[in-house]
Design a protein around this ligand. Structure first.
Ligand code: KG4
Ligand code: ZN
Length: 381
């Protein structure tokens, strides 16, 4: 079975062709075009601009994904597309393109919830990415895929959710963020530090030289008995902390990083010392990662399952994977941790195609509607 997966929920335009042989899902092609350079310039995503870039990119991206896979549009079996959640203009680009292609090529169309799609990156056996996986502690690439029951942590730019899967498409929602998502917190804190969008990878790059214990930041929701998260308070704590640090006008300094206006609206001031910046970045990462790992361990004590999977852009964070692996091993319960390789953590078409292999439902291509507010608690189409 061959599926073309299309993903345009946020600022990426992505298409991939995947093959399923028995239990084995492999990537034949995986093409991602990002307008991240534009977002970096403006310090974040401008929805209309993202959609305009996606309109330009969608056909070339799909064409390239088919060409690399060696299959024509007529030869694939099925088309899968993200229909929500996300930015409405962006979703429409993928959904309307998929509807037209499914109709013209006479193929079934499978709508995929983007959030579930992230989890299905864990079912891809991407052997050509094995080198990358080996650098990521805790991954099981090319080896075993998750089995049920499985605890799932989704950590993306817009979502932070804990879910207990009992089978494909069957899950109980345990909790989620009450305000900002973990990725959003990385992005907003990076912006406060004067780092470009997306902030998560930028903060991760800076932490090597930083001391994570240097600044005492609050660990969000520490000690709360539920499975919820909250990150807006951490961002405020970072903003308040920065006000106490020595700052200089940004133009007096030769910056290796790009300067963007910070949230306080003052683009002219910047934390003076690179060492302090590195310490701040490390302390922010420490607080976010600790809160995520604490909740996973708390959930494992309440629901003693043998499989845990992580998904979403923040799953590309090496400290998160390392600390999760360490704390899970400390439980001494022989639990397997599944994390996709970094390129499959951030938005891509491969995860959408992978999810579609397990989706039994089909939709009339002409009736499918994009749903920007789709969530894990209203998973209908
Ligand atoms: O899943 P994703 O690609 O898009 C959404 O569906 O939202 O996630 C993007 C998020 C951004 O907030 C980005 O800063 C974060 O993932 N991210 C990271 C890392 N790589 C991407 N956060 C922390 N460390 C990283 N290495
Ligand atoms: Zn995503």
């Amino acid at each position: 079975m061959i599926i073309l997966g299309i993903e345009t929920s946020c600022d990426e335009t992505a298409a991939a062709v995947l093959q399923k042989d028995g239990d084995r899902i492999t990537i034949l092609s995986n093409v991602v075009a990002s307008s991240a350079d534009l977002q970096a310039k403006y310090g974040g995503i401008i929805p209309e601009q993202a959609a305009r870039e996606q309109i330009k990119a969608i056909i070339p991206v799909i064409e390239e994904s088919l060409q690399v896979s060696g299959y024509s549009g007529q030869e694939i079996d099925t088309i899968a597309v993200t229909y929500g959640p996300g930015l409405i203009g962006s979703l429409l680009v993928g959904v309307e393109t998929a509807k037209v292609l499914a109709t013209v090529w006479g193929k079934p169309l499978i709508p995929v919830n983007h959030l579930l799609g992230h989890f299905y990156a864990n079912w891809i056996q991407a052997e050509h990415l094995r080198g990358e996986a080996e650098m990521t502690p805790g991954t099981h690439l090319g080896g075993e895929t998750p089995s049920f029951p499985c605890l799932g942590l989704l950590v993306s730019g817009g979502h932070t959710d804990l879910v207990l899967f009992t089978d494909h498409g069957k899950y109980t929602y345990l909790g989620g963020t009450r305000d900002d998502a973990a990725g959003e917190c990385f992005d907003k804190c990076a912006r406060l530090l004067g780092l470009p969008y997306p902030g998560g990878p930028q903060i991760s790059k800076m932490v090597q030289k930083g001391d994570p214990k240097k600044f005492k930041l609050p660990i969000p929701m520490k000690g709360s008995k539920d499975f919820d998260f909250s990150y807006s308070g951490l961002k405020t704590a970072v903003a308040n902390l920065i006000k106490t640090l020595p700052v200089i006008p940004s133009e007096t300094r030769n910056l290796s990083r790009m300067r963007v206006p910070n949230e306080s609206g003052d683009p002219s001031l910047i934390v003076q010392d690179d060492n302090i910046l590195a310490d701040l970045a490390a302390s922010i990462e420490e607080a976010i990662v600790t809160s995520l790992v604490d909740k996973v361990i708390q959930a494992l004590k309440a629901y003693p399952v043998k499989n845990v999977m992580v998904a979403g852009g923040v799953a590309a964070n090496q400290k998160l994977v390392h600390n999760l692996k360490f704390e899970i091993r400390n439980l001494k319960l022989e639990i397997s941790l599944h994390v996709p390789p970094p390129t499959l953590c951030t938005d891509n078409g491969a995860m959408i195609a992978s999810a579609a292999f397990f989706e039994k439902r089909r939709t009339d291509p002409l009736k499918l509607q994009a749903d920007p507010s789709l969530s894990l608690t209203n998973p209908s189409f």
